[in-house]
Ligand binder design. Structure first.
Ligand code: ADP
Ligand code: MG
Length: 222
């Protein structure tokens, strides 16, 4: 088991209504190494909340998160930060590339947080080549198309050889052709590297390409 959620619940306070609103209710889920999983559901149903809990960016109110069999309950911020930088790659709807840095520098940003600093430059070039962007290594994000920027974000997510990729609507800002190409790329890389992939998407067709599709309905998995 790579990651497991046990009876997770999460609510957000709504000051205007003076009450807390449940978003996730008693969710249990496990993801195996090398597995691909889609999370679907209407806007506001809790997909990002679930993904952020899987990525230790957010904490559940109740329940437990286990990563590689170890409970993260009570883990320090430092421990979680190290876990994220070594084991988890994130891709968001917006690329979040640093505008002042080159493609290569952006890809290497996650390596700066690592304790053991192997030179990742060769790997960065290899991955950029794999996504057809090595000839853009010295470009800045503003000089790239939207599809190219997201491909750089994919490479950045993979640079530290993570066990898990969490992608929150990574194709949400792309046109249909680029969206399909990015999904192809993610699936291809997931198969080649054996990383687990959790993809939040609005597109049923993209979701169906994952090994498993989970739908959030009224805070529960269907
Ligand atoms: P989705 O990604 O499926 O669109 P989210 O997980 O972002 O949904 O949000 C689920 C619900 O939780 C929404 O109603 C949203 O308004 C609420 N929510 C999300 N984050 C916060 C927050 N930090 N504070 C208060 N409410 C939040
Ligand atoms: Mg969301």
């Amino acid at each position: 088991m790579l990651i497991e959620l046990r009876n997770i619940s999460k609510s957000y306070a709504e000051p205007e209504r003076g009450e807390s609103v449940p978003v996730l209710r008693d969710i249990s889920l496990s993801i195996q190494p090398g597995e691909s999983v889609a999370i679907v559901g209407p806007s506001g149903c809790g997909k990002s909340t679930l993904l952020n809990i899987l990525g230790t960016l957010d904490e559940p109110d109740a329940g437990e998160v286990l990563f590689e069999g170890k409970s993260l309950h009570g883990a320090s911020a430092e421990t979680l930060a190290a876990l994220r930088s070594e084991k988890i790659g994130f891709i968001f709807q917006l690329h979040h590339l640093l505008p002042q840095c080159t493609v290569l520098e952006n890809v290497l940003v996650p390596t700066m947080a690592l304790k053991a600093k192997a030179d990742r430059t060769a790997r960065a070039h290899e991955l950029l080549k794999a996504v057809g962007l090595d000839h853009r290594a010295t470009y800045r994000p503003a000089q790239l198309s939207g599809g190219e920027r997201q491909r750089v974000a994919v490479v950045r997510a993979l640079i530290n050889e993570p066990r898990l990729i969490l992608a929150d609507e990574p194709t949400g800002a792309l046109d249909e052709t680029n969206a399909a190409a990015l999904t192809d790329l993610l699936i291809d890389l997931q198969k080649k590297t054996g990383v687990s992939l959790v993809l939040v998407t609005h597109h049923r067709a993209q979701a169906e390409r994952m090994g498993r599709v989970l739908q959030i309905h009224e805070g529960r998995l269907a």
